[in-house]
Design a protein around this ligand. Structure first.
Ligand code: CDP
Ligand code: MG
Length: 674
């Protein structure tokens, strides 16, 4: 912080934002514009907070890169980053969000004709390539946070490399917080001209490094390991609060539950502090946080109050909070890991990498020297992996392979990946796509089914069920269910943690067939002009999340439009189908239709109330949010599987008949039985 800034006083600084001129990236404006002008690919490396995300798009905009009517795309691995950063840039440019600066995330497009700078998730830019394979509307594509190695950003980089061959005018900016730059440089280097490899490389791309202006951070380790890192972290937070000078604390844990636990513990402990003591204000930070709650995190704390922000790894790089002087790193992170044998997507709690630990520590030294307390020993640190495994090596690849195929990439095994996915993951994905009918026996995308599945912004199983809906005469019902599924369990909310009230509300909509039809009932009631009237008041009374419900209405409309474009109408029930489904209750037709998409995720309830999957021996439990948490059932198909505290939960269950599984997926179950 400069002396002038300090003289302004903290009150005033809270009102103002840091003038972009003071950011470490400011002096690099001209060199950067020169590099981007000269080289198709520019890799930019700089500490988090140096101004890459907010400033580079503005440099380009002011530098004339949108004068011909084209746009600048900036991709983010997380939705929350796309929305919050675009708001910030709009503010800096003095325009309304959605005008010159906008954002676009799945099912939510806040852009207009006037939009020049567009923030979007990397996954959404991939989707845009389906209609605009050469990304013609963009003059520059900036792939931000590339070091995070999200599945979509990895794929996007591969595709951009191809696009550049067809569009020499396109400019690609890859931005990264750590020193992975060489890897990206090697990846983009043109490998055709065998001559003077390094020279070609120099002509084609360049690295620009932003000199950090970070302050030293002292690192402290535990002298012996702990078996309760959350508790230890809370102890440490209180110790800092009671003995260290001013400055906010950022505590990294792995997820919502740990955040809640930590905040509860802190609340108990501060009750013991004397009334005159300086206050400690614990605040949660995670991706699903409402905009209002986010405000508290970014706002300056009251006089005589120290903030303690308890966050997931979202605060590690994509979100910057000012005023942090102390970091407590529990050393763990929740990572997706796909088990191709069981077909389970698990969220495992695993040790962070050295790169993450360094990045977390760095958060303490942004404005002045800081301290980082690691809740592990130095020996444990030395044993950490250097970098986090890229997501492509631990994900369900079915959705992305389906998209690649629809972009005309038939041989995904030979695709130019930044890091190759393990073959077991590719094989599993192709198997699943085959059993869903999206891919034929030769590994080719089927038309129209596979292509349509790729075009729908839904995961393959749900897309398949939706596309089957007309043959069961339940398109309208399935559109609603698909829209409700995209809310990912956020439809119901407990008021002030009152779970009893929540359960009562849920039971008002519940039906014995299970969670999908229950959610359908919720939607019907919400949109019924005589019942929910789409009102916030009614949502409050029924423990429903009003914003989520509005989103479902909007998503349903968008899905409806997608199907319209494919020429799929509500009543395409042929007469023979009609006979087959004739006389069946609508609910049974919905159950059957869901089976045609989710047959691969079937499980049977045992007498103790747990479930076991077909051909597996993992013990599964109905998630507490499910109707079958309490009720008995025989066979179910489920939507999602999650692991939490050592138990594997299945979410969103619908009861089915065992015969339906073999009826709708005979091939799949023949193989399984052998
Ligand atoms: O992308 P990078 O991490 O290099 O930095 P940035 O996101 O462009 O942030 C530059 C500066 O703007 C930081 O000092 C942030 O504190 C500030 N900023 C903010 O105050 N509010 C935001 N929503 C985004 C950035
Ligand atoms: Mg950034």
């Amino acid at each position: 912080m400069s002396e002038e800034e300090e003289e302004l006083g903290t009150e005033l600084i809270a009102e103002l934002y840091k003038p972009p001129a003071l950011l470490p990236i400011a002096p690099l404006k001209d060199p950067l514009l020169y590099a981007i002008e000269t080289f198709p690919v520019t890799i930019i490396v700089g500490e988090t907070g140096s101004g890459k995300t907010t400033q580079i798009p503005q440099f380009l905009y002011k530098g004339g890169w949108t004068n011909d009517g084209s746009q600048i795309a900036v991709t983010q691995p997380r939705r929350i980053a796309a929305t919050s950063v675009s708001a910030r840039v709009a503010e800096e440019l003095g325009c309304q969000l959605g005008q010159e600066v906008g954002y676009s995330i799945q099912f939510e497009d806040v852009t207009s004709e006037k939009t020049k700078i567009k923030f979007l998730t990397d996954g959404l830019l991939l989707r845009e390539m389906l209609v605009d394979p050469l990304l013609k509307r963009y003059s520059v594509v900036m792939v931000d946070e590339a070091h995070e190695r999200s599945l979509s950003s990895d794929i996007l980089l591969s595709l951009l490399k191809k696009v550049l061959r067809a569009r020499p005018d396109l400019r690609v900016v890859v931005s990264s917080a750590t020193l992975d730059a060489e890897k990206f440089l090697d990846f983009f280097a043109p490998d055709d001209g065998q001559t003077v490899h390094s020279k070609t490389k120099v002509d084609y791309e360049t690295i620009v490094s932003i000199e950090g202006r970070t302050h030293p951070v002292d690192i402290f380790y535990l002298s012996s390991p702990t078996n309760n890192y959350v508790e230890k972290a809370v102890d440490t937070a209180l110790l800092i609060h009671n003995s260290e000078p001013d400055g906010d604390i950022l505590l990294f844990v792995t997820g919502r539950e740990e955040i809640d636990d930590a905040i509860d513990m802190v609340a108990d402990r501060i009750a013991d502090l004397g009334p005159s003591a300086k206050k400690l204000q614990p605040l949660p930070l995670y991706a699903g946080l409402s905009t209002e709650q986010q405000m508290y995190v970014f706002q300056k704390a009251d006089q005589n109050t120290r903030k303690l922000i308890v966050s997931t790894n979202i605060a590690e790089a994509s979100i910057t909070i000012d005023g942090i002087t102390y970091v407590i790193d529990t050393g763990y992170v929740k990572l997706r890991a796909y088990d191709p044998v069981l077909g389970l997507e698990r969220l495992n709690i695993v040790p962070v990498s050295k790169a993450s630990a360094t990045q977390r520590a760095g958060r303490a030294g942004r404005t002045r020297p800081g301290k980082c307390f690691r809740m592990y020993t130095e020996v444990a640190y030395d044993a950490l992996d250097d970098a986090t495994f890229p997501e492509i090596q631990r994900s369900n690849l079915a959705p992305v392979i389906l998209q690649l195929m629809n972009l005309g990439i038939q041989n995904v095994v030979r695709f130019d990946f930044l890091d190759n996915p393990p073959s077991a993951l590719v094989v599993r994905a192709l198997d699943l796509l085959f059993s869903l009918g999206a891919v034929d026996a030769y590994g080719r995308l089927t038309k129209p089914l596979g292509a349509r599945m790729a075009e729908l912004p839904l995961e393959p199983m749900l897309a398949r069920a939706l596309l089957n809906a007309p043959s069961f005469g339940v398109l309208s019902e399935m559109l609603t269910i698909a829209a409700m599924m995209t809310l990912q369990g956020t439809a119901f909310v407990a008021h002030d943690g009152n779970n009893k009230q929540l359960e009562r509300a849920r039971s008002r909509f519940a039906v014995k067939e299970g969670d999908h039809v229950t959610l359908y009932n919720v939607y019907q009631a919400f949109t019924n002009p005589a019942v929910g009237k789409q009102s916030p008041q009614w949502c409050r009374e029924n423990c429903l999340n009003y914003k989520a419900m509005l989103k479902a209405v909007s998503v349903r409309k968008q899905l409806r439009n997608s199907l319209d474009r494919m020429g799929i109408q509500e009543n395409t029930l042929t007469s023979s189908d009609a006979i087959r489904v004739g006389g069946m209750e609508v609910t049974e037709r919905v159950q059957r239709c869901l089976t045609t998409g989710f047959f691969a995720q079937a499980a049977r309830m045992k007498s103790d109330g747990s479930f076991v999957a077909v051909g597996g021996d993992t013990v599964l439990w109905a998630h507490p949010s499910s109707l079958f948490f309490h009720r008995k059932v025989d066979w179910v198909v489920y939507h999602e599987i999650q692991e939490s505290k050592g138990k594997v939960y299945i979410r969103d269950l619908t009861s089915v008949e065992m015969e339906w599984l073999t009826e709708y997926a005979p091939e799949y179950y023949k193989v399984k039985q052998r």
